[in-house]
Design a binder for this molecule. Structure first.
Ligand SMILES: Cc1ncc(C[n+]2csc(CCOP(=O)(O)OP(=O)(O)O)c2C)c(N)n1
Ligand code: SF4
Length: 340
């Protein structure tokens, strides 16, 4: 049996503890467990773990195809410890709607969660997502946003940020990465008059868990967009995923906000904003912007202007008295045990 050592948990005389024993001692429910095949440092794997942990056992998942499904369900293994159903790329919203209606008809009390990547949400599954929100099914829809179609080889999606290089928006002499802007999916779903739509990041796990719990309490459709680094597609070291995700927030490029019935009701303040180049330089998908040409300089200025716009629009600039702190007040807990 595989063993690991852990300074924070009870151990055997030889200093080891079996994984089964460790899991049994964990105070938190784990709906998504290890043994999957995600790349090292995959933000989606971390996000799925945090979301299911916060959601608890009384849920059922509809999962659109994409990296999350592929790396977690390779026959004969499954990383899921809750009822889980495959959906197509284009219909997680429709499948989740049907599951919720079936549970209701049978008098079963369980919350349905729909999981999809940005390709399955912003692009190909958008029609069924929109229908589900309009009908106000009692579903929490979580989009794991890694900003491209990663599972099929890093093709751009409408969530890919402006100027990022992907295999279908390469950087070259003609163009510096993706020409178009990232679609503002949060405002688009919020325009359906839905009760709750929010953003979160794997760099802020307590905030993410809190939002899952808040969304679960609401009757009707709720939406959570989780910014989830992909070391393979973003081209950064897998050990730096949380650092990169945090920079996305502290530069203002990924605002962490809550919208209720379309109105802004919450935002994570940024006490010490960082320049966007700190975030961009950390990733190979933006490396073409760091050459000394007028076009590259113009792109960098443009991206900084986008971050400044977010800071103003959502009033993200924080002060020393803010309760939450973007400099890392949250620490990642592993399965309820705080590791030394
Ligand atoms: C209608 C349809 N088009 C294309 C595909 C192939 N396909 C499967 S997953 C995928 C990309 C998924 O991207 P995303 O939803 O962003 O998830 P990620 O893999 O990045 O997590 C594609 C293109 C498909 N299965 N169905
Ligand atoms: S390609 Fe990206 S999203 Fe897919 S498993 Fe690897 S790190 Fe995760």
């Amino acid at each position: 049996m595989s063993t690991i050592t852990n300074a924070g948990a009870p151990t055997r005389a030889d200093g080891t503890i079996s994984l089964t024993e460790l899991r049994e001692q964990q105070p938190r429910f784990q709906g998504f467990v290890g043994g999957h095949r995600a790349c090292v440092g995959c933000g989606q794997a971390l996000a799925a773990r945090l979301v299911t942990e916060a959601a608890g056992p009384d849920v059922a998942v509809a999962n659109a195809t994409g990296c999350l499904e592929v790396f977690s369900t390779a026959w004969p293994d499954s990383a899921w410890r809750v009822p889980w159903l495959h959906s197509l790329f284009e219909n997680a919203g429709a499948i989740a709607s049907g599951m919720e209606a079936a549970y209701k008809a049978r008098g079963v009390s369980a919350k349905v969660l729909a999981f999809a990547g940005d390709g399955g949400t912003f692009d190909i599954g958008f029609q069924s997502l929109s229908g589900m929100i309009e009908r106000n099914h009692n579903v929490l829809y979580v989009c794991y946003d890694n900003e491209a179609y990663m599972n099929t080889g890093i093709q751009r999606s409408s969530s890919t940020p402006h100027a990022a290089a992907t295999t279908t928006s390469p950087a070259g002499r003609e163009r510096l990465g993706k020409r178009h802007m990232k679609k503002d999916i949060l405002q688009i779903v919020a325009a359906h008059h839905m009760p709750y739509a929010a953003t979160a990041s794997v760099a802020y796990p307590s905030d993410l868990r809190k939002k899952v719990r808040r969304a679960m309490e609401i009757e009707g459709t709720t939406f959570l967009l989780v910014h989830s680094p992909c070391p393979l597609g973003w081209r950064h070291d897998g050990a730096k995923s949380v650092e990169v995700a945090r920079l996305a927030v502290t530069t203002g490029l990924v605002p962490i906000i809550e919208l209720e019935r379309g109105s802004l009701t919450g935002s994570m303040p940024i006490r010490e904003p960082r320049p966007v180049v700190d975030y961009l330089r950390a990733q190979g998908r933006f490396e073409h912007l760091f050459v000394d040409t007028p076009a590259a300089r113009e792109e960098l200025e443009h991206i900084q202007a986008l971050a400044n716009y977010n800071m103003e629009r959502y009033q993200l600039r924080g002060s020393g008295h803010d309760a939450r702190d973007t400099a890392g007040a949250d620490t990642v807990r592993r399965g309820g045990v705080r590791w030394a």
